[in-house]
Ligand binder design. Structure first.
Ligand code: UTP
Length: 275
């Protein structure tokens, strides 16, 4: 039912400098696979086929990763090394990729607005590839598309965080419908200490309905002078409906060095070493 997934990948990734000086943060590998490939695989597992990337200057490696590499592939054809490319070849064959550029980094909300022509008037998934998720049972985005079929409104994935960590996230306030599902009544981007409305922080997985684009167009710059998706979602919640879903699974903040190392250790022990 949801065919398209948006990947805002235009950010500077300053927390990973100097590694990200000329390389996209989203191409940093967790063991032997770039972050963005994990994200695309998750979108495919949720039934999505059209991947729309919001890129920027210096991000061409992402487009190249989801294309054929003739010279390399010809070089290793017929050798045992060809097996290393089996998964990515299958993935590339199963998706369509489109790209547009965010010319100025004006925040996540602005990046999503840049995707309007790629998405059109349909509900879509959003994956922030630096949040690496492993679902329990279904992958996280697939858990969310199932909920979308039931509620037909925007859905944000949330997780419980300690109060002292809340200032790094968008934090929701909501009316509990189940122990893992809340109707959002308020949302604050990076709340000051003591001002967090709950311990439920939004992570980088969303299902958005297309009216978000007209809301984002009218959203003034907020925290840090950026157009904040949180502000647009609050409008949607107040005039329509937004659900917050406490997903089942694990999430690693690979935008931070600590989370990246944790994810690497987890993937090495639980995926790579078990192959
Ligand atoms: P982050 O704030 O985590 O990414 O944005 P960043 O800005 O690249 O990282 P730091 O803080 O400088 O280290 C979350 C996601 O939104 C995208 C980023 O690429 C990242 O995937 N983003 C953010 C954009 O595409 N455009 C923006 O203007 C801002």
């Amino acid at each position: 039912m949801i065919h398209k997934c948006l990947f805002p990948v235009a950010g500077y990734g300053t927390r990973f400098l100097p590694a990200t000086k000329s390389m996209p943060k989203e191409m940093l590998p967790i063991v032997n696979k770039p972050l963005v490939q994990y994200g695309v695989e998750e979108a495919v597992a949720a039934g999505m086929k059209d991947m729309a990337f919001i890129t920027g200057r210096g991000k061409r490696a992402i487009a190249d990763h989801f294309d054929i590499s003739y010279e390399l592939e010809k070089e290793i054809a017929g050798s045992s090394k060809e097996a290393y490319l089996t998964d990515i070849r299958k993935l590339i064959d199963s998706i369509n990729c489109t790209f547009t550029r965010q010319k100025k980094m004006m925040g996540l909300g602005h990046a999503i607005l840049c995707g309007e022509t790629l998405i059109g008037q349909e509900a879509f998934g959003v994956v922030l590839a630096d949040d690496l998720c492993f679902g329990e049972g279904d992958e996280v985005l697939a858990q969310m598309t199932k909920l979308y079929e039931q509620f037909r409104c925007s859905i944000v994935a949330v997780m419980e965080v300690p109060k002292e960590e809340a200032h790094k996230y968008g934090v929701i306030e909501g009316e509990a419908l189940r122990d893992d599902l809340f109707r959002v009544t308020s949302m604050v981007e990076k709340p000051a200490p003591g001002e967090e409305p709950s311990n439920l922080a939004v992570i980088g997985r969303y299902i958005l309905t297309p009216d978000i684009f007209s809301i984002l167009r009218e959203t003034p710059p907020g925290k840090n002078g950026e157009i904040q998706l949180t502000d647009a979602l609050l409008q949607q919640a107040q005039h329509g409906c937004v659900m917050a879903y406490k997903f089942k699974g694990k999430r690693f903040d690979c935008g931070s060095v600590e989370g990246f190392v944790e994810a690497t250790n987890y993937c090495f022990e639980n995926i790579y070493a078990k192959k």
